[in-house]
Ligand binder design. Structure first.
Ligand code: ADP
Ligand code: MG
Length: 729
């Protein structure tokens, strides 16, 4: 082993599980310790201010600036008791992370000293100098003003010595520069549209909530090995590396016993998450070696998104305390499963989950079917857009590989629910439909007494599967901000529910009774959106052909998929729901294309460097040894025998030369291709050039490097190998 590789592997082995100080308290006692939640608001705010703030949070009442000072005062008091010295507006720019700028509470007291100061003004709004955040041309540097504004619906929290205030980030001219602003608008739109539809069944419903329960997959890699892989360090994934002889064939990792050092990390992470109010619940090994999953109890969507962003940064920090690095990239290793982030999504009222079956009453069941069918219709109308919402340079590696949903959006309903929809489609209003099935599955329409949907019916290949009381959007990438998918899905749903209501109301106005008007529209929707329903194997090639015949979006090029944001139907949908304007959509797409280009560009540079100064020199050195050996053999033995003895080595010498030549030539060509692409000014065209010409070169070069890895003396190979990265824990 090369000396460096030997050293890192050895230290990795020696590493012991970091000792975790077991909290003496129970989770119920330390849960939300660092969150200014209702209990703390109640304790630290005057009761009138508390009531007003709760009204803002629960009912979206406008924030009365006069209470802001008192809220800030209460927050400051609470935070200072926790030893906090700074505050920060915490926001989610269009990069995949979060941003924060810390300011200290200190101000001059006018008498030569300092006081701790935090006013309502500072709580409510700030102008971070954030001109270098991606904005797609909305903010030219000469008018680089943007501001962050407090989102009272997500509670402030303390990390270390800083009070973090969740905020939206908006340009001076009003356009959103982040994920949270359009998310809040989408959630409001879907709440309004869904409430109106709920009134058909229960006029008492006041508000509809969107729920999100994400499942975060990730890899852990020993810190020492990670440091010796410049590709992991700089791009988040291995750009080279031959498959390990053993990887996930035996499926012995999935749900297996959690290794002690990993368990210590998980425990630590869970305690810290719970202290920050993130209701983490589930942990287990995933399919690939060194791959794991963590899932919380679902929450209101905006809060769930914030909590996922917070969790991802928490993971990175906690992992380092345990000598690990966490990999959130969707495909860090070739040949083993990648990581996703299933987004379990549902709508609910104050009285329960709308997508939950069975209901107790006919109204409940009809309402359930109404929401399922409208979800399918929204997904069908915007299947291309939904795919764009989860697409990225990194997630592109995972989709369509034999593990994750394909790059085609379809929805799995399971046998029973499919049967229900079929019967409804074929029914007439006067008919009574009985569906025989497991237990007493029976749906009578319009008299619907009972509906039992069995959610054990699972299909792992579906990107958007119904799972009993929710839809599971599985195509979302591990590294992504869930908001991107949630903005598209909820906005599409808002549009669809509004259109549905309009159609039903028209029938009612023409004298149709309510239930039959609803059934009539549902029937036509079931027919229209049939193409989106697919319960078969999403990995199969037949499905790709079938999906194309059905007219579903089958595009696989990431930059072209982004076009879905700018189709007239997407723009209309986002504008009518008030979620985003054409200008915002255009700007955001510029950011998407630019980010795509930069990611591939960085990968190409890193691979080029590694190929030329790590791989080629080592392969050449080994080749020289073989040449040397062949010469000496020739001196030592008679010609015929020498030829025989050196035959294999001579072959290897030629193989190495061929691989080296290919790599050198292609690295040079890749540099040229980059120069050509970099001259393209249009961001979309540039991204397409990177996708079409440069990305395939990465793969081709890698192929030859991976071959060399198998040939070159293991002692000389400069980079930790897959078997080390994936199995040392
Ligand atoms: P699986 O791996 O089988 O999909 P998990 O238990 O790992 O299931 O994750 C399920 C996730 O779905 C959890 O985060 C859970 O809180 C969430 N969830 C359950 N019911 C709902 C619902 N009605 N709406 C949104 N999320 C839900
Ligand atoms: Mg799941």
């Amino acid at each position: 082993m090369s000396e460096l590789r030997f050293r890192v592997v050895e230290t990795a082995f020696k590493k012991k599980a970091a000792t975790v100080t077991e909290p003496t308290e129970r989770p119920s006692e330390y849960f939300a310790k660092y969150v200014f939640n209702r209990a703390k608001m109640f304790k630290y705010l005057p009761s009138m201010v508390y009531d007003k703030l709760i009204d803002v949070i629960d009912n979206g009442a406008p924030l009365d600036r006069s209470i802001a000072d008192e809220v800030a005062l209460g927050m400051k008091k609470w935070a200072i008791e926790l030893g906090v010295t700074h505050y920060s507006h915490w926001f989610q720019p269009l990069t995949e992370g979060t941003a924060e700028k810390h300011d200290a509470f200190v101000e001059h007291d006018g008498k030569g000293g300092m006081i701790e100061e935090f006013s309502g003004k500072l709580l409510v709004q700030q102008e971070p100098d954030a001109s270098s955040f991606p904005n797609g041309g909305i903010r030219n540097t000469f008018e680089a003003r943007g501001y962050s504004a407090w989102d009272p619906s997500s509670p402030v929290f303390v990390v270390g010595d800083t009070l973090c205030i969740p905020t939206v980030f908006i340009a001076y001219t009003g356009e959103a520069l982040d994920y949270k602003a359009p998310l809040l608008k989408a959630l409001r739109a879907v709440s309004e549209a869904a409430t109106a539809v709920c009134h058909y069944f229960n006029p008492e419903v006041k508000k509809v909530f969107t729920y999100l329960g994400w499942e975060q997959e990730y890899f852990l890699v020993d810190e020492g090995l990670y440091a010796a892989r410049p590709d992991l360090l700089l791009t988040g994934r291995t750009l080279m590396g031959h498959e390990s002889s053993k990887n996930q064939q035996l499926e012995d990792h999935y749900f297996g016993a959690i290794p002690p050092r990993v368990a210590a990390f998980m425990k630590d992470l869970e305690v810290k998450s719970l202290e920050l109010g993130i209701p983490v619940k589930t942990r287990h090994n995933e399919v690939a070696p060194n791959q794991f999953e963590l899932a919380p109890i679902f929450e209101e969507c905006n809060l769930a998104v914030d909590h996922n962003m917070l969790l991802m940064s928490l993971m990175r920090n906690v992992a380092r305390n345990h000598g690990f690095r966490v990999l959130l990239h969707e495909k860090p290793f070739k040949g083993v499963n990648g990581s996703g982030k299933h987004n379990n999504w549902s709508l609910g009222t104050d009285t329960g989950i709308l997508l939950h079956a069975p209901g107790k009453t006919q109204e409940d069941n009809l309402r359930f079917i109404t929401f399922v069918v409208n979800t399918l219709m929204a997904t069908y109308r915007h299947n291309g857009l939904l795919k764009a919402s989860i697409m990225s340079a990194t997630n592109a590696h995972r989709l369509g590989a034999n593990e994750a949903p394909p790059a085609i959006i379809s929805s799995f309903l399971g046998k029973q629910l499919s049967k229900v929809l079929e019967c409804l489609e074929e029914s007439s209003n006067d008919e009574l439909i009985n569906i025989a099935g497991k237990s007493s599955m029976k749906l009578d329409i319009p008299q619907i007494p009972e509906l039992l949907i069995d959610n054990t019916d699972r299909n792992r290949t579906s990107p958007f599967a119904f799972t009993g009381n929710r839809f599971e959007f599985r195509a979302v990438g591990a590294e992504a901000n869930c908001a991107s998918a949630m903005i598209a899905l909820n906005a599409a749903m808002a549009e669809q529910l509004t259109d549905f209501k309009k159609e039903v109301d028209e029938l009612i106005e023409r004298g149709e009774p309510k239930v039959s008007a609803i059934l009539c529209v549902l029937r036509s929707l079931i027919k229209k959106c049939k193409a989106i329903r697919f319960d078969g194997n999403g990995y199969s090639d037949e499905w790709k052909a079938e999906a194309a015949r059905r007219g579903l979006d089958c595009e696989t090029s990431c930059p072209v998929i982004f076009d879905n944001y700018l189709t007239e139907s997407s723009i209309r949908m986002f504008e009518t729901t008030g979620v985003m304007t054409r200008k915002e959509l255009k700007a955001r797409n510029e950011v998407k294309w630019e980010t795509y280009t930069k990611k591939i560009q960085i990968e190409a540079r890193v691979l080029g460097d590694l190929a030329m100064n790590h791989i080629i020199p080592v392969a050449t050195k080994y080749q020289s040894q073989l040449i040397d050996n062949a010469y000496k053999t020739k001196q030592l033995f008679p010609a015929e025998k020498a030829a025989l003895l050196s035959a294999k080595n001579l072959e290897l010498i030629e193989d190495i030369a061929a691989h080296n030549n290919f790599i050198e030539e292609n690295v040079a060509q890749m540099i040229e291709a980059r120069k050509v692409a970099n001259r393209i000014e249009n961001e979309r065209e540039k991204a397409i050039a990177y996708h079409d010409t440069i990305a395939p070169m990465l793969e081709a070069i890698r192929y030859h490097i991976d071959k060399l890895e198998l040939i070159v003396d293991n002692q000389m190979w400069p980079l930790p190998k897959y078997r080390e990265l994936l199995f040392i824990r």
